[in-house]
Each structure stands twice: as C-alpha cells, then as structure tokens.
Design a protein around this ligand. Structure first.
Ligand code: F3S
Length: 82
C-alpha cells in the first residue's frame, strides 16, 4: 500500500520508508548528505540526491529523518508505506 504523502512528523517510522529529493526545490545546501551520508549523496554541483533506490532500511531511519528535517528548502519528501 502506498503512503498518503510526505511524512514530516517526528514520531517513529513504521513499515517501508522511501525518501526522494525534489530537484526543483533543492538548492544544494548539502545538509542532507552531511547529516545522512548513508542515505543521501551529492552530485558534481553539490546538489543532493538519494543513494540507491531511496528505500531506507530501519537501521538508517533516524539518519534519514535527520537529513530530511534539516533541509532548509524542505526539498526532501519522506513517504511511509504501510
Ligand atoms: Fe538540497 Fe536540501 Fe540537501 S537543499 S542538497 S536537499 S539539504
């Protein structure tokens, strides 16, 4: 089942979590890949991108949440699937 959209609560994530960066909103601040280097990477121009397919294993939920919550442009969407 697909989630209902971005999840920005600070509660515990359950189920499958996927992150994505909206390239139109990303301004290259770099906080995502600085704070969550196992979830996000940077391209040649410093813009963020999601590593792999964006699915976040449970062990990296806290790191992913930290990176997403610290993006000044709110460019990172977190989709929680049941
Ligand atoms: Fe872009 Fe936000 Fe990361 S602006 S580089 S997605 S912190």
């Amino acid at each position: 089942m697909v989630g209902t959209g971005p999840v920005r609560n600070s509660g515990r994530w359950r189920g499958q979590v996927k992150v994505q960066i909206d390239a139109a909103r990303c301004q290259g601040h770099g906080r995502c890949y600085d704070l969550a280097p196992e979830v996000f990477g940077e391209d040649d121009e410093g813009y963020g991108h999601v590593l792999g397919d964006g699915l976040v294993p449970a062990a990296l939920h806290a790191q992913a949440r930290l990176g997403a919550m610290n993006c000044p442009e709110s460019a990172i969407d977190v989709v929680e699937e049941a």
